[in-house]
Structures are given as C-alpha cells and as structure tokens.
Design a protein around this ligand. Structure first.
Ligand code: OOG
Ligand code: MG
Length: 302
C-alpha cells in the first residue's frame, strides 16, 4: 500500500526475498498451475476468483496510488475469500520486508456504519510500513483519495486470542494513545461492498499514534475534536466506539483467534473511527485532541 515517504520503520524493498511458497499457496485454496503463473488477470477464465491475482491488483493499486474497480463488480467472492485476499496482499508487503505491527478494527461506531453503509465489524492487518510519524508530513501524491478518522490505539503487553472478557483484555494493555487513521480505499470513488473492503485490508493505509499513556483511568467516554488547520471538522467521544473502546479490543482478540493469528505483545490495535472519516486535502494540518490524552497530529504535503 502507498505508505507515505515519511513513514518510519519502512525498510527499502529488497530484490527477490525468499517466498514461503508452500504455506502461502496452501492458504489460498486456489490451485495454480505453471501456465497461469504470472497471469495478472484477477478472475480466471472459468469466472472463479483468482485470489492471489486480486491481492496483487490491490497491492499494485496502493503502490501506484491508482484506483481499481471493485472486485464484487467483476467476480463474486465470499467473506472467507475476501480475508484470504487480504492475507495474500499483506504477504506481498512482507516480501518487501514489512513487519506485522498489529491489527485495525473497522465499523465499530454508528458514525462509520452510517457513512459507509456497512454494519458488519471487520478487521485488517497493520504493518510497520503503515506507521506515519507523529507530527510529520505525509506525501499527498502517495495516496488515491485519503481520509482521516479519530481513533484510540492499544499497545499490548500480553498475547490475546479468542473469547475473552473486557477485564482480560484490559489486563493485556500496556498503554493507550490518541490515534489517527489514514484510510485510502483502493476502489474507485471510495465505494465498496463488505467483501471488497475486507479484501482491501479495511482501507488501511497509515496510522499515527500520539503519546502513550498508562491506562489507569476510564477512557470509555473521552471527548475528542478533529481539527483541520485549527478548525474543528469532527467532534465526538471514545464512547462512540462500541459504547467503550475496550469492546473493540475484545472483538479484535476474537477475530485474531478465529484467524489463527493471536494478538502479540508489542502489537498495536486500532479500535476504529469514533466519527465519520474526513477527506484530506493537500497542505492541511490535521490534529486530534482527546480529553485527558493530549494531541496527535500530522501534516499533508502541498
Ligand atoms: C473502511 C475502514 C473502516 C473504521 O475505523 O471504521 C475503518 C472504510 O471506511 O473505508 O477503518
Ligand atoms: Mg479506522
């Protein structure tokens, strides 16, 4: 995905890293013969989705900052296939030496559900290539049609997986931070079905975290203001995130367990947008202030 040039911890792409082809191939459930190697068409001749090709298409769309048509408009895919495409697209980033950094939750607030018309909880995978340095400018040209949304981030100190209680979730939290997510759907006009957006790693593109705090206070209803150039564009509360953002972490652990990818110590969990997302424009200064948590900011190149 088009991580901005300022992203920290994004090592340069290396040539021909070793691919774990057997496990990656097994995970797609799609048979590939020698003859279809290198084919870039997203759908096979039989009309069945070629999940790896779809992952490549989405990966290229992000790298080139060029939108692509929705998958659902070309070939039917189900939710399971959509998550497989997501996993394959992340594997492509790992081949470029990116490392997993955590997970993000999507559609955890009514505001986001209303804005995008999708009410199912979804999740995506975060890598270190998506980290945007706090206070730094992003390169506007590296994105297709970026939007920003205010979130809260969890930093884990213990693994989490499966069905857990909010108390168990809290026990695994090292710190919390005010956060901004930069989403950038790879689909034209930012339009997608549930399966489309899941395949596209939940529109994930970048994330910024402010100062980490010890969570020794209730962060379930903290007021927040999203400012563009000092002008408020969204006002909300962390309570908009499933009534309490901790519920999003509980859900994240369940998804991670189901995917066989337990949340790890050191990982970040983005709880989901508390308000609708706002489109970004060149030259803006974006800042979010959260009650008791301070600020988090970034700039957009002119
Ligand atoms: C999908 C991503 C949803 C959130 O915080 O709800 C999401 C989108 O809106 O494009 O990141
Ligand atoms: Mg989000």
């Amino acid at each position: 995905m088009a991580a901005p040039k300022v992203a920290v911890g994004k090592p340069a792409a290396k040539s021909k890293p070793k691919a774990k082809s057997t496990t990656r191939r097994a995970s797609t459930g799609v048979k590939r013969t020698r003859s279809d190697k290198g084919r870039t068409k997203a759908a096979s001749k039989s009309g069945k989705a070629n999940l790896k090709a779809l992952a490549r298409t989405l990966d290229q769309a992000a790298l080139n900052a060029e939108p692509v048509p929705q998958i659902s408009a070309q070939v039917p895919i189900n939710l399971e296939q959509a998550y497989k495409i997501q996993k394959e697209a992340i594997a492509l980033r790992m081949l470029r030496r990116e490392q997993r950094a955590g997970i993000k939750m999507g559609f955890t607030s009514r505001a986001k559900i209303a804005q995008m018309g999708i009410s199912d909880l979804i999740w995506g995978r975060l890598t270190d290539g998506m980290i945007v340095e706090e206070g730094a400018p992003i390169d506007f040209s590296a994105y297709i049609h970026p939007r920003v949304e205010p979130e809260i981030a969890f930093l884990l100190k213990r693994p989490l997986s499966g069905r857990i209680t909010p108390m168990q979730a809290m026990d695994a939290v090292e710190a919390i931070a005010p956060a901004l997510e930069i989403i950038d759907s790879r689909y034209s006009n930012f339009k997608f079905s549930l399966e489309d957006v899941v395949a596209d790693n939940a529109s994930s593109s970048g994330f910024v975290t402010g100062a980490w705090q010890i969570p020794d206070f209730d962060f379930g209803n903290l007021g927040l203001v999203l400012n563009f150039d000092g002008r408020p564009v969204q006002i909300g509360s962390t309570a908009a995130i499933m009534g309490h953002p901790l519920r999003s972490l509980v859900a994240a652990a369940r998804f991670a367990g189901e995917a066989g990818e337990p949340l790890k110590p050191g990982w970040i969990v983005m709880a989901g947008g508390a308000t609708a997302a706002e489109p970004l424009a060149a030259g803006q200064y974006v800042e979010m202030e959260m009650e008791n948590m301070g600020r988090v900011a970034f700039g957009v190149s002119a």
